[in-house]
Ligand binder design. Structure first.
Ligand SMILES: Cc1cc2nc3c(=O)[nH]c(=O)nc-3n(C[C@H](O)[C@H](O)[C@H](O)COP(=O)(O)O)c2cc1C
Length: 301
């Protein structure tokens, strides 16, 4: 079956890719399957300088998922360039997730990443506080998003995906702003702010008190956000949040996501992305429907 999907200015061999931060820099998962078979590899969020992240405990399990407050630990752009060399021969697209603590940092990382030949797509994580503007999250402020995406667009020539935060009152406003500012596709969405308490010690289970919730419990929330974004913008939407098996992936495709990202489920079954490729093939042949017919085929009346 033809599983290829067109995402505007890039075509992936299938709709399945990992979600940033849950698949290392790619090679960590090479022992579980042929990385070249995946629709794309999405690397851990990269910043200008190396980042140690938050103090532990920084992850905890909750019913239906997990909460993390890793604090965007990463090796920094220069060390990342070295890691990228090891992905040179892979026959799949490489999507590099990145972020900054300030406007200027975002622009510098984008410019550098875009100059690396092996980077196919830049995925900007806007769920970060702007330390120069009192810590307001870039991704919740339409003015900041508009300026940020507009400026990044000016310094890069590669496709730009914008990964939205769902922690806003109306995600479609943010989606439309990102589209107008020059995003080529949207990833919907990042984690949901959450917390959990250990009743024996009466302390938060996460040192940072709160973190981002991911895993199967958020799937209906993300699915709804994808549904609304697909209706609001004309650029492709990539679904992300709580996918654990083929039926959850299919739900996202049926509401109109052109591709999907899988995060937390990689920790439970590190072969899940390869399993999803086989299962999608099986589903499409059984149902005698092409992937293109399936995407966005939701019936609402
Ligand atoms: C441990 C961990 C680290 C993450 N790191 C990043 C990151 O660096 N950049 C980013 O945009 N999202 C990051 N995320 C969010 C995921 O990419 C994804 O959006 C989220 O987990 C929802 O998908 P899921 O329910 O399939 O896990 C991280 C998530 C987890 C669980």
């Amino acid at each position: 079956m033809d599983l290829s999907v067109n995402l505007g200015n890039i075509t992936l061999k299938n709709p399945f890719m990992p979600a940033s931060g849950t698949f290392g820099y790619g090679l960590e998962f090479a022992e579980f399957g042929d990385l070249s078979q995946l629709g794309a590899i999405v690397t851990k969020g990269i910043s200008l300088n190396p980042k140690k992240g938050n103090k532990p405990p920084r992850i905890c399990e909750v019913k239906g998922g997990m909460i993390n407050s890793i604090g965007l630990e990463n090796v920094g752009i220069d060390n990342f360039q070295e890691k990228l060399k090891k992905l040179e021969d892979l026959n799949t697209s490489i999507v590099c997730n990145f972020f900054g603590n300030t406007f200027d940092e975002y622009i510098s990382v984008a410019e550098k990443l875009s100059s690396f030949r092996r980077v196919d797509v830049l995925e900007v994580n806007i769920s970060c506080p702007n330390v120069k503007e009192g810590g307001i999250c870039f991704g919740t402020d339409e003015r900041m998003i508009s300026e940020l995406i507009g400026e990044i667009r000016k310094v890069i020539k590669k496709p730009l995906w914008v990964k939205l935060t769902p922690n806003v009152s109306d995600i479609t406003k943010i989606a439309i702003t990102a589209e107008k500012a020059g995003a080529d596709a949207l990833v919907v969405a990042n984690t949901y702010t959450a917390m959990s308490v250990d009743i024996a010690s009466r302390r938060p289970k996460i040192k940072n008190i709160y973190g981002g919730m991911s895993g199967p419990a958020i799937k209906p929330l993300s699915l709804y956000n994808v549904f609304r974004c697909v209706k609001s913008v004309s650029i492709p939407v990539i679904g992300c949040g709580g996918i654990t098996d083929i039926s959850s992936a299919l739900e996202f495709l049926i509401v109109g996501a052109r591709a999907v990202q899988v995060g937390t489920a990689n920790f439970i079954n590190p072969k899940i992305l390869w399993n999803l490729i086989d299962d999608l093939n099986g589903y499409l042949s059984r149902e005698k429907i092409s992937l293109m017919e399936l995407i966005g085929s939701l019936i609402t009346e």
